[in-house]
Design a protein around this ligand. Structure first.
Ligand SMILES: *Cc1c(COP(=O)(O)O)cnc(C)c1O
Length: 364
């Protein structure tokens, strides 16, 4: 129906043919066929390679895949690690960073927000200062790529400071995992989702979990049955899923992950960098600037352009006149930010060029 349309949004991303075909495979009974567990274990091993690509740290992580949209992973991480009265430091330079406070409060935790201006990246010195001045914390939450503002946070220093203070970390890497290296080895629960850089359809949340995180879960009384990571610790080995798994989605994700591994993750990451660079160059030629003030903080997976008050109108014109779908900002910045997603299968210079040609045509 919309076959010629180019969708350059920061998720869902274009789903390659082989992924769509894999989703059409016959449906097994995930609970009763041992081969399915073997398949699932193979998938989580492959995902672990993606989580650990370019991450120079040691140590294992258990990867689990939940049947639900990315938000389920965020909620499950908080529900599993945060109990009533626990103090949680929510680091924020954007909408998703702020959003963690809602989950924390829903599960009875005390959310303390440490915010920096949204055009700036998170800062390890600010975090160290907060930890010294504002008492003890059990858990900290943060976002690797703030998709709505196109900011990539450099988390390594922050994660080191947290570890020194014995604070567990939850990281939303939904829009960076598979597009750029994630420091998974320093993260206690690292969250991804199928529909962003992995280029599978929406429907699955991925979590890489540390031993420390599993141990803490034993001590937290999680009232949620669905948003609970605990049972997934042994699911693959004991061959018992907490609910019927989403087999078609898993088949699609497996095919998507195969494409990334066949290409080679270094090449995949370089492809994202090249697409992002081209996007910023083309934007500069049009007199448009990225929203983050520091180019080093611009995400390789999505470019947010500052377009004061014009985003909705530009997005509509590019769609109607050029059949290219871009995204606006979110929340208060809806009309001030125009976003070009170049993640997953869409992280290609020729696609960025097509999108920027479309924007150029509308602007002139
Ligand atoms: C896409 C995304 C999610 C998942 O939420 P949606 O409901 O798909 O928007 C979570 N975190 C980040 C940073 C995202 O970009």
């Amino acid at each position: 129906m919309f076959d010629d349309r180019l969708r350059m949004t920061p998720g869902p991303t274009e789903v390659p043919e082989s992924v769509r075909q894999a989703m059409g495979e016959p449906t097994p009974n995930p609970d009763l066929e041992p081969e399915f567990f073997e398949f699932y274990r193979g998938l989580t091993d492959k995902l672990e390679r993606i989580y650990r690509a370019g991450d120079g740290t040691d140590g294992d992580r258990d990867v689990v895949v939940l049947g639900g949209e990315g938000i389920l992973g965020l909620e499950a991480a908080v529900a599993s690690l945060v109990g009533p009265g626990d103090r949680v430091l929510c680091l924020s330079n954007g909408i998703y960073g702020d959003g963690f406070t809602d989950f924390v409060e829903n599960y009875g935790g005390e959310a303390v927000v440490s915010e920096v201006p949204w055009r700036e990246p998170l800062d390890g010195n600010v975090v160290a200062d907060v930890l010294d001045r504002r008492g003890e914390f059990d858990v900290a939450t943060m976002v690797h790529c703030e998709t709505p503002t196109g900011s990539l946070n450099d988390l390594e220093g922050i994660l080191d400071v947290l570890r020194d203070h014995d604070v567990l970390s939850i990281v939303d890497a939904v829009s960076s995992l598979g597009g750029t290296p994630v420091p998974t080895g320093k993260i206690d629960v690292c969250l991804g989702a199928s529909q962003k850089c992995l280029s599978a359809p929406p429907g699955l949340a991925t979590c890489a979990v540390s031993d420390r995180a599993w141990k803490r879960m034993d001590a937290v009384d999680n009232p949620s049955l669905y948003a609970d990571l605990g049972p997934w610790r042994t699911a693959a080995d004991e061959e018992w899923f907490p609910y019927t798994h989403l087999s078609s989605n898993l088949y699609g994700l497996d095919a998507a992950v195969d494409l990334l591994l066949e290409e080679g993750l270094e090449d995949v990451f370089a492809r994202h960098e090249a697409a992002a660079r081209r996007c910023r160059e083309r934007a500069a030629e049009l007199g448009l600037e990225p929203y983050p003030t520091d180019e080093a903080a611009c995400s390789p997976t999505v470019t947010a352009l500052a377009v004061e008050g014009r985003a909705t109108e530009l997005q509509r014109a590019v769609l109607e006149e050029q059949d290219v779908l871009l995204a606006t900002g979110l929340g208060e910045l809806e009309d001030d930010i125009l976003r070009v997603g170049h993640m997953g299968h869409n992280a290609r210079v020729d696609r960025v060029d097509r999108a920027m040609d479309a924007l150029e045509a509308v602007l002139s």
